[in-house]
Ligand binder design. Structure first.
Ligand SMILES: Nc1ncnc2c1ncn2[C@@H]1O[C@H](COP(=O)(O)OP(=O)(O)OP(=O)(O)O)[C@@H](O)[C@H]1O
Ligand SMILES: [Mg+2]
Length: 251
């Protein structure tokens, strides 16, 4: 089977800092993959290179056989690459349904100056409603974002990403800052997503990771340390060393 999403020797440098260092990885269609590693390992930067927020200094990003290394965010998003952010990224004064609508229209809070909200055609309305159902917010659609709990806000971010009908969904720490109870809710939502949706997940909570993914990529100091099944990663001494701060440099 053809690799679906592929990184070839991707390096991202910020001045002298090499945030992502010659990382190659291949993700198959329908796969559920986690990217883990200590703070500053380069996980979010890798997502940014995948989604077009940053361009690789070197190397290539391929999606479905196409070289998208230089394609801007909106183009990748139109191809079906969608993501959530590590920090919540919502329109706080709008309703849940309005946030989903704006996501479908390709707006982000930073870019969007609110004038008038367009109305939905029936297709879009259905897609938005389905995304809210999938994320457990079906009965919250008229609530304003500021009325939601933090956990519900993270659910809304997931709904917004899903409403764009992605083929591949990248989730940057979807459970960050959540209570244990909220973590369970969010991980149940992710587990129940359609199986044909390719998922790449950055997450520090190993219980969540172990329960959700088929395969794990470990980054450390921008470099790919190891890739293996969740079971093998759990017992890998290099990975344990990295998490315990004992170095664990690549071989
Ligand atoms: N836009 C930027 N400009 C300069 N340095 C950056 C930029 N983005 C990230 N970095 C640096 O690149 C390195 C990797 O950061 P990144 O955010 O990718 O790590 P991470 O693995 O996502 O960490 P965390 O688990 O804390 O979210 C860090 O040293 C960070 O300070
Ligand atoms: Mg990060």
């Amino acid at each position: 089977m053809q690799d679906y999403f592929r990184l070839e020797n991707v390096t991202v440098q910020f001045g002298a800092l090499v945030a992502v260092d010659a990382v190659s990885m291949a993700i198959r269609s329908g796969e559920r993959r986690a990217i883990i590693g200590p703070n500053g390992a380069g996980k979010t930067t890798l997502f940014n290179a995948m989604t077009g927020v940053v361009r690789p200094t070197q190397g290539r990003v391929l999606f479905d056989g196409n070289d998208i290394s230089r394609a801007p965010v909106h183009k990748r998003s139109a191809m079906g690459i969608s993501r959530t952010f590590q920090i919540t990224n919502l329109f706080p004064r709008l309703s849940v349904a309005e946030n989903v609508l704006l996501a479908m229209l390709g707006h982000t809070p930073r870019k969007f100056a609110l004038a008038t909200l367009p109305t939905l055609n029936p297709d879009e309305a259905e897609r938005g409603a389905a995304a809210l159902e999938m994320t457990g917010l079906g009965n919250r659609r008229h609530s304003v974002v500021t009325e939601l709990s933090y956990g519900e806000q993270r659910q809304l971010e997931l709904a917004m990403a899903l409403a764009t009908q992605p083929r591949i969904l990248l989730l940057d720490e979807p459970a960050a800052g959540l209570s244990p109870r909220e973590r369970v809710i969010v991980s149940d939502i992710i587990r129940a997503l359609p199986r044909d949706l390719t998922l790449i997940l950055i997450e520090h909570d190993m219980d969540i990771v172990m329960n959700l993914v088929d395969y794990i990529t470990v980054l450390n100091n921008g470099k790919l340390l190891v890739e293996a099944s969740p079971e093998k990663i759990k017992n890998n001494t290099d990975v344990q060393d990295v998490y315990l701060g004992r170095g664990g440099q690549d071989a």
